[in-house]
Design a binder for this molecule. Structure first.
Ligand code: ADP
Ligand code: MG
Length: 245
């Protein structure tokens, strides 16, 4: 009987039951739970394990460079982002509504922190998320037809529910790159939510994209259903600098 239970647990990929069947039976002998409780706990544990595994896979596929939590964002340090805004953003309705959130501002003001933290929150809630920097995105778009890894990344971006695009505007792009960027934005338009960070205001995007018409077309798409956060102040890094002495 036990070996049959083990076999069936393996067939249905019930990992906990497969590994711990004897322990579960011993515990039941000792604690005498009701039949209902016994079944429920077994199913619940399997369900938790499955979600844990799925979350790990979502994190891996998202390419998040590090984990930041929204709860760790100090709203006192950044007046543009109130506790109320944090709460609304944490509800993630903006993902279903395909909003673009754009965090702009000087270095160290928390743009990437917000981007990563919102991405993590989305992953926790089951959304598929992909992180990339603008530089990496350019590389991906230019090489997607010749490098397998780029193709995989490109396909992930197209299938994701949320794109995290960090560091737009830091390095100038060539005309071809600006075109590829526009094509992607047009392709993803109204299909995916985005969080974008930039050290440049929209006014400076024309210069960075190198072409007025192209910049207008990009901004036209980005600014529909979009929320802009102008982060200000001094660098959190500098203010919280760790010193050896
Ligand atoms: P940038 O705007 O340059 O992307 P980051 O988001 O990378 O800045 O912030 C730099 C560092 O400071 C990170 O470690 C980030 O977690 C931290 N940080 C920035 N702003 C805040 C904040 N308001 N509360 C807590 N940590 C912050
Ligand atoms: Mg940053």
């Amino acid at each position: 009987m036990i070996s049959k239970i083990k076999g069936l647990a393996a067939d249905f990929k019930l990992d906990n039951l497969y590994k711990n069947h004897s322990k579960l039976l011993e515990e039941a002998d000792e604690n005498e739970p009701s039949y209902k409780e016994f079944l429920y706990n077994i199913l619940l544990e399997e369900s938790n394990l499955k979600e844990e595994k799925a979350m790990k896979l979502r994190i891996k596929n998202s390419n998040l460079p590090s984990i930041k939590k929204i709860e760790d964002f100090d709203v006192n340090f950044q007046p543009e982002i109130s506790k109320k805004k944090i709460n609304i953003l944490s509800e993630l309705d903006w993902i279903d509504k395909l909003f673009k959130l754009i965090f702009m501002g000087p270095p160290g003001t928390g743009k990437t922190h917000m981007c990563l933290a919102l991405g993590y929150k989305a992953l926790e809630n089951g959304y598929s998320v992909v992180f990339t920097t603008m530089n990496e995105l350019m590389y991906t778009l230019k090489t997607k037809d010749v490098i397998k890894k780029s193709k995989v990344k490109y396909n992930r971006i197209k299938k994701a529910q949320l794109l995290l695009l960090d560091e737009v505007g830091y390095t100038p792009v060539t005309r071809d790159e600006a075109n590829l960027f526009f094509q992607l934005i047009a392709e993803l338009d109204e299909k995916i939510a985005m969080v974008i960070t930039s050290n440049k205001g929209f006014g400076e995007w024309t210069e960075f994209l190198g072409d007025q018409a192209l910049a207008t077309a990009v901004l036209d798409r980005l600014s529909f259903r979009c929320e802009i956060f102008n982060l200000t102040g001094s660098s959190y890094r500098l203010e919280h600098r760790n010193s050896l002495f």
